[in-house]
Design a protein around this ligand. Structure first.
Ligand SMILES: *Cc1c(COP(=O)(O)O)cnc(C)c1O
Length: 382
């Protein structure tokens, strides 16, 4: 089976992890900090904080923004469930904003309309999670302008978009948001097996996330509520978790990071090759938005909904590991029990009925890609 996504591990990566295994620190050592600093420098953010997953990173981002009971978090229904669940972990409510059918990203016009209504009902969100679907940035300037007008905070869920650019700048630099989150799950652009990262330019948010990542415990006298008892002393000043990344994972991430640019280029070249070779087929191909350079986590095509299942099955039968990203979050049983229903977000639902993610990763060979293309041709024209 040609997988839709796959990690790339070099001997250098393996050596970096083995070196950590032979070192003094398997966790809480120097390597994770080096990974954080390298990634912050790469994307142009002041601070970075590594976590054991992007899901944990989203949770501590919400905590740092003081999301809690009675508050609302809004996000896109076309995302992985974690982008919404982070609100529920904090006891807050979730609501969704329908997508722009061209980009599959949260639609700023619908966001504006929903904000105007919410203001009248005094139900404005505290946080909006902008998900960069498939690796292409949301319209962050528009979302940022709305955040200033309506007073909400913005988290970029850039799990798909490490290495992507918006207005010429790396996603993660935080010009238009408060916190950005990356994922290092093996299907994403670079991997630490499991892992995630928060990025911010705000020292206070960084400090809050740092506490939340590690039990709410500090050894920093300035954060303590009374004088230290001595050099052994630590104090718990808030309720935190253990969301730390191990040194093994940090070493893998640090070793993978220099290849980010090259891998995004390779993904882009493969995407262009799909564009070229699929344009004669009855498919809607990915739209390239202005000012965006996608990291190409996913290459999503859309087909007439009555043909989707047969096409999906034909591809799988011929060894093409296609997938569907995503089942709209509001259609999950857990969310339906909270009151969401079919028909709430028609663009998201239409998109879901027609989408297929084709294999895309740097190791995909031209021959494998040609096989994917010929199976598509056969199924759609044969
Ligand atoms: C993968 C992903 C996550 C979760 O990432 P983990 O590192 O697996 O926790 C969150 N949001 C989106 C959009 C993702 O694709």
């Amino acid at each position: 089976m040609i997988p839709y996504g796959k990690q790339q591990i070099s001997q250098q990566d393996i050596d970096a992890v083995v070196d950590v295994l032979k070192s003094d620190f398997l966790t809480q050592g120097p390597v994770v900090e080096r990974f954080e600093q390298a990634l912050a420098a790469k994307v142009g953010a002041h601070y970075a904080l590594a976590c054991n997953s992007a899901t944990s990173a989203l949770h501590i981002a919400c905590l740092a923004l003081d999301l809690g009971p009675g508050d609302w978090l809004w996000t896109s229904p076309i995302t992985f469930v974690a982008s919404a669940n982070c609100a529920l972990y904090c006891g807050a409510h979730v609501d969704f904003v329908d997508i722009d059918p061209a980009t599959f990203n949260l639609c700023p016009k619908q966001l504006e309309q929903k904000l105007i209504l919410a203001e009248q009902q005094q139900r404005l969100p505290k946080v909006v999670v902008a998900v960069h679907m498939s690796g292409q940035s949301c319209d962050m300037q528009a979302i940022h302008a709305l955040s200033l007008r309506f007073g909400f905070k913005v988290i970029e869920d850039a799990s798909h978009a490490i290495g992507a650019r918006y207005n010429g700048e790396m996603v993660g630099g935080g010009r238009y948001s408060d916190i950005t989150v990356f994922s290092f799950h093996p299907v994403k652009i670079i991997t630490t097996a499991e892992g995630g990262m928060t990025l911010t330019n705000d020292a206070e948010l960084q400090q809050k996330m740092h506490l939340a990542r590690s039990h709410g415990v500090t050894r920093d006298q300035q954060l303590m509520e009374c004088e230290s008892h001595g050099p052994w002393y630590y104090q718990q000043v808030s309720l935190g978790y253990n969301y730390r990344m191990t040194e093994l994972q940090g070493a893998l991430g640090l070793s993978q990071l220099p290849k980010l640019g090259q891998w995004v280029e390779q993904r882009d070249a493969l995407a262009q090759r799909y564009d070229e070779k699929l344009k004669h087929l009855p498919l809607i191909l990915p739209h390239r938005a202005d000012n965006c350079k996608s990291a190409w986590h996913l290459y999503v095509v859309q087909v007439a909904k009555e043909k989707r299942k047969a096409l999906f099955n034909a591809l799988r039968e011929k060894g093409v590991g296609v997938n569907v990203h995503y089942i709209p979050v509001h259609l999950q049983p857990y969310y339906q029990k909270m009151g969401f229903a079919v028909g709430n977000y028609p663009n998201a639902e239409r998109y879901y009925e027609s989408a297929i993610s084709l294999p895309l990763h740097p190791q995909l060979t031209d021959a494998q890609q040609d096989h994917v293309i010929s199976v598509l041709e056969e199924a759609l024209h044969g």
